[in-house]
Structure formats: C-alpha cells, structure tokens
Design a protein around this ligand. Structure first.
Ligand SMILES: [Zn+2]
Length: 175
C-alpha cells in the first residue's frame, strides 16, 4: 500500500456564507477536478469563494497549505458572476461554459499577464492583472453591444478585427 503523506481538501462558500465541503482526496488533481466540476455545474448558484488546501498527515501543523483560494467576480466579458479569481496563483477563469474568458500571470516573465476569450480565439497581454481585466472589459463591452443586435459569431470576428485595428491605431497615435 502506498503511504499517504498529504491530503487535499476542496471547499466552497455558498451564497449564505456557509462552507460546503467537497470531500478529502489523496491526489491534488482529483480534488481540483472535483472543485472545478462543482463550480462549472453550479455556476448560477451564487457560490462566493472556493478553496483547495493541503494538509500533512500525522503532523501537528495547525495550518493547511493553501493551493487555491478563489473569489467569484463579475466576468468582464459575459457579465455573469462566474469569473473566479485565484489569489494564490494570480489567475482567473470564467466558469460559464460558453464564455471561459481567462487571465494568467506568466511564470517565466515577470510583469506579463495574458488574457483571452476562447470562443473566437482572442488573446492579449498586459503588465498587470488590472490591465488584463481592463482590456477584457473593453472588449466585453463591444461584444455585449453586438449580442443585442446579432449573436452571430461572425459578428464577433469582425468586432475582434475592428478592435485590434483600433488598438493598433491607439498605439500609433501615442508614438
Ligand atoms: Zn464570462
């Protein structure tokens, strides 16, 4: 039998502020998958906070090691409260399956934060989380306007091109 050294404990805080446990796991991946599945399947339930911690077995450590600590925010693209920001790894993902807007801090390059919106392959980068949020927000505002008129994905593509051109123009103007 393999000896267990660590256990992984995912949990959520629901809309009433009550902690909901999601079990105890021997593998980090299993625990994380369980947490992600729960958030994805219940994206409209108003969960506020999520955590994944690691406990060392047979130890008198009184503190668990935080692996993930996520807060639900309003998504800059789809405007739902499904944008989960992880303050441990400094990244974010929208758990609304049709949206999946994301922000990721680079491990390699300091001060580089990437962001994107998979449905049309939009990506951009910035030097801070706030900057990345801002560029998603700007882009999201245009998408929402277009959705009112037409939900055609081709409209989004055109918008993306227009948006990229406007960015180019902005940087041309500033130089
Ligand atoms: Zn979203």
């Amino acid at each position: 039998m393999v000896k267990l050294d660590f256990v992984f404990v995912p949990s959520l805080i629901n809309i009433d502020g009550v902690i909901e446990g999601l079990g105890i796991y021997s593998e980090e991946k299993l625990a994380l998958d369980t947490l992600k599945k729960k958030i994805t399947e219940n994206w409209s339930m108003g969960y506020k906070e999520a955590q994944l911690v690691m406990w060392t077995l047979d130890s008198d450590d009184s503190e668990a090691v935080p692996l993930k600590h996520m807060y639900a925010n309003t998504c800059p693209i789809c405007d739902e409260r499904t944008f989960w920001t992880d303050v441990v790894e400094m990244n974010a993902l929208c758990y609304l399956p049709a949206c999946q807007a994301w922000i990721e801090s680079s491990d390699i390059q300091e001060k580089r934060v990437d962001c994107g919106w998979p449905p049309i392959g939009y990506t951009s980068h910035s030097d801070s989380i706030d900057g990345a949020l801002e560029s998603l927000r700007k882009y999201g505002a245009r998408i929402r306007t277009s959705m009112i008129e037409d939900s055609d994905i081709f409209t989004h593509r055109t918008l993306l091109e227009e948006y990229e051109q406007s960015l180019k123009k902005e940087s041309d103007d500033s130089t």
